[in-house]
Design a protein around this ligand. Structure first.
Ligand code: HEM
Length: 410
């Protein structure tokens, strides 16, 4: 049987779900062409993805296991080069990954996450108070005013960033994912952001606090060989990125789903479904991390009916996996918080599974419940089809979420 032509990935992510369906039509593991003309594989099937996520023959370390990169065929101009060059646990393999993951997860203890509850509630309340000061009838972008700043504040609390330095640190992170910057602007931002993060770490070294950064610095000083400076800064960059962008998308996607499905909102209000049901269903049907680079075959691997050659890149298509009809039936594409099969892999699975999962779930539950409690009349001001998707195929969210609220204090 002829091997289907690779599906060419749309770098602007105009319709990631339609793209996922096209890839799936070619098989559970199918060829794709990434921006820059790089060929790879995408896994869209739930069971195959679960297997792949626990298969030690799939590495995340491009330096060791991406043949084209090791041979110098992937240049600085590869559009996804940032995903290849980053120095943190997501580009490590085997014992090296275990070492970095243990250190990061160790500073991310359940005690610290639970201690964040009050901070999350405070961040949510303050932002909702600001929304409450809007004019009656005013249209505001809920993503910019709530979904984006809420997790950003929480991460800054977790890191122990002083109030006066927060805006600068977050600006660096936002510019880092801005795909409209020129390569020069982007490089200048990365350099400046890196320098600022190093200065921040130095300040924590001089004057530690009860925060995650100080824990990582201490772990480094207990045994200098365990976490070098580049890894420490890389880990903070990773947590800043992972702790903000997907949580923002989860909040925006869940709000959008409820505002465009009044029947589901009614189920929630009647108590027939819980906030946890809404959050898990949103994670399933609108996976915030949609199509994640990169894994690499350590050897030839037979999986999902194909052979992935040693050194080939592999992406897990979490957005498509959540809509697998073999698991979720014909209604797989529909948002239904009452369904019993909300099973998903949107936080990953296996040794690379999301470290921030409990924090993300806690943030979403507190933020969404407070938003709908404070503004029960919240409504979308444009038809759903006019909501433009984010310009990316890796993440899954909207560019803006225009809503109207009824301020309580007027
Ligand atoms: C709704 C929110 C979130 C989603 C959907 C999400 C999703 C994911 C996924 C799919 C992975 C696995 C990557 C892989 O298998 O290659 C991952 C890993 C990770 N996530 Fe999250 N994440 C979220 C929130 C967070 C938060 C709040 C943090 C921390 C502040 C965080 C920190 C991490 C880290 C450190 C890893 C890397 C784990 C490793 O490589 O061992 N995430 N996340």
């Amino acid at each position: 049987m002829a091997i289907p032509e690779p599906v060419v990935i749309d770098p602007a992510g105009h319709d990631i779900h339609a793209e996922g369906a096209r890839i799936r039509a070619n098989g559970p593991v199918a060829r794709i062409e990434l921006p820059g003309g790089v060929l790879g594989w995408s896994i869209t099937d739930h069971e195959t993805a679960r297997q792949a996520l626990t298969d030690h023959r799939l590495s995340k370390d491009p330096r060791q296991h991406w043949t084209a990169f090791a041979e110098g065929r992937i240049g600085e101009d590869f559009p996804l080069i940032g995903w290849v060059l980053m120095d943190n646990l997501t580009t490590r393999y085997g014992a090296d990954h275990t070492r970095l993951r243990r250190l990061t997860a160790g500073a991310f203890t359940p005690r610290r996450v639970e201690a964040m509850r009050a901070e999350v509630e405070k961040a949510v309340d303050e932002l909702l108070d600001e929304l409450d000061r809007c004019e009656p009838g005013e249209v505001l972008d809920l993503k910019a005013r709530f979904a984006r700043p809420m997790p950003a504040r929480v991460i800054c609390d977790l890191f122990g960033v002083p109030a006066e330095d927060r805006a600068q640190m977050l600006r660096g992170g936002e510019a880092n994912i801005d795909t409209t910057l020129t390569p020069e602007e982007s490089a200048a931002n990365v350099e400046q952001w890196h320098r600022e993060m190093q200065e921040f770490v130095e300040a924590k070294r001089r004057s530690p606090g009860d925060d995650l950064t100080s824990d990582l610095v201490q772990a480094q000083e207990e045994d200098g060989s365990r976490l070098n400076d580049s890894e420490l800064v890389g880990t903070l960059h990773l947590l800043l990125a992972t702790g903000t962008e997907p949580v923002m998308n989860l909040l925006a996607n869940a709000t959008r789903a409820l505002l465009t499905h009044p029947d589901q909102l009614a189920l929630l209000r009647s108590g027939a479904v819980s906030w946890s049901d809404v959050i898990e269903e949103t994670l399933r049907v609108e996976a915030p991390v949609a199509h994640l680079p990169f894994r690499f075959a350590v050897e030839d691997i037979e999986i999902g009916g194909v052979v992935i050659a040693k050194g080939d890149p592999v992406l897990i298509n979490f957005a498509a996996v959540g809509r697998d009809r073999t698991v979720h039936g014909d209604s797989a594409d529909a948002f239904d918080a009452a369904r019993s099969d909300k099973e998903h892999l949107s936080f990953g699975h296996g040794v690379y599974r999301c470290i921030g999962m409990p924090l993300a779930r806690m943030e979403a539950e507190i933020a969404l419940a407070a938003l709908f409690r404070r503004f029960p009349d919240i409504e979308l001001t444009v038809p759903e089809m006019d909501l433009a998707p984010q310009v990316t195929f890796i993440m899954n969210g909207v560019q803006t979420l225009p809503v109207r609220l009824t301020p309580r204090n007027r």
